[in-house]
Design a protein around this ligand. Structure first.
Ligand SMILES: NC(=O)c1ccc[n+]([C@@H]2O[C@H](COP(=O)([O-])OP(=O)(O)OC[C@H]3O[C@@H](n4cnc5c(N)ncnc54)[C@H](OP(=O)(O)O)[C@@H]3O)[C@@H](O)[C@H]2O)c1
Length: 277
């Protein structure tokens, strides 16, 4: 089965590519810079920008299933080319489409829903991979500086988001479903830090920032005012979906959702203390 994966170098996309390739599927992986991408052996890398889908129309040839992201560019702006992408998919005879959703709906989601091809929408809560943002300060100083430290999250492992995508791309029974995807437990920032400390075998100090300090740090890091408002809202006033465990990963994949402790063990080296030279 030939499957086209967009966002193939991303946190979720590269896991989808890996799992499909391991499952023996013929994967076409789209990137704006395929020369820079490192895909598993046997994966066919194709060049293309989702903002100009006609330019990579040939990549749709023979494709039966398609995984889509709904943003384009490094500012994560909503893609406006959903209708063209869906038209190319229809012409090629694509039978299944998965879409990785973000916080709000986009024109691409609407085009897919109206496009007459079996679709599955994937709505993950917070990715476990986001915690790699703490790696440098943990490695260098043994410290995490965060606001809203009591906030709760049902964090989901990116490999589980991918596993659900792979099921929906390769098996019947998932068309017309919107899957909320969570991990198996609800954790606070403090609990996540304890699990990271245990996995990395070191102490980690948590310094709680005020909202104002967090705003200043995000601004200094170059985030836009809109992005900062989004962070304050999502961290300070997390919607219930973000901290409510649902059984979808286990139901769809037949395996329990991966825990944050497992993710922390997989990434322990990124958080381990640096050895003195
Ligand atoms: N992080 C979270 O906690 C979280 C939670 C829920 C939902 N989400 C959603 O998940 C999505 C982020 O996914 P991710 O983390 O897997 O992405 P990511 O790691 O940031 O990767 C971005 C991907 O998009 C591709 N891309 C960007 N613009 C492109 C374009 N114009 N044409 C073709 N490819 C393009 C990049 O490919 P190249 O650079 O190789 O071209 C790359 O593979 C967002 O929609 C976000 O809202 C995130």
């Amino acid at each position: 089965m030939k499957i086209l994966v967009t966002g193939a170098t991303g946190t979720v996309g590269r896991e989808i590519v890996k799992q499909l390739a391991e499952g023996g599927h013929h994967v076409r992986a789209l990137s704006r810079n395929p020369g820079r991408a490192r895909f598993p052996e046997g994966v066919e890398a194709v060049a293309g920008d989702l903002a100009a889908p006609e330019a990579f129309a040939a990549a749709f040839e023979g494709v039966e299933a398609l995984h889509l992201i709904n943003f384009g560019g490094d500012d994560y702006a909503p893609l406006q080319t959903g209708e063209q992408i869906v038209a190319l998919a229809r012409q090629a005879g694509v039978r299944r489409i998965t879409v990785l959703l973000g916080g709000s709906s986009t024109p691409l989601d609407a085009a897919v829903a109206a496009g007459g091809i079996g679709w599955t929408f994937l709505q993950p809560v917070e990715f476990m991979a986001n915690h790699l943002e703490w790696a440098a300060s943990i490695r260098d100083e043994g410290v995490v500086r965060e606001p809203f430290c009591d906030r709760l999250s049902a964090v989901v492992h990116e490999a589980d988001i991918a596993a659900v995508a792979v099921a929906a791309l390769t098996q019947d029974g998932h068309a017309g479903k919107k899957y909320t995807l969570t991990g198996p437990e609800v954790l606070s920032v403090r609990q996540k830090i304890e699990l990271l400390a245990a996995a990395a075998g070191r102490e980690i100090q948590l310094v709680e920032l005020t909202e104002q300090q967090a705003r200043e740090r995000w601004a200094a890091a170059g985030f836009s005012p809109e992005a900062i408002e989004f962070f304050v809202e999502i961290y300070g006033n997390t919607p219930k979906i973000g901290y409510t465990v649902v059984p979808t990963v286990a139901q769809v994949t037949g395996r329990p959702a991966r825990t944050f402790a497992q993710w922390a063990r997989e990434h322990a080296a990124a958080f381990a203390a640096q050895r003195a030279a």
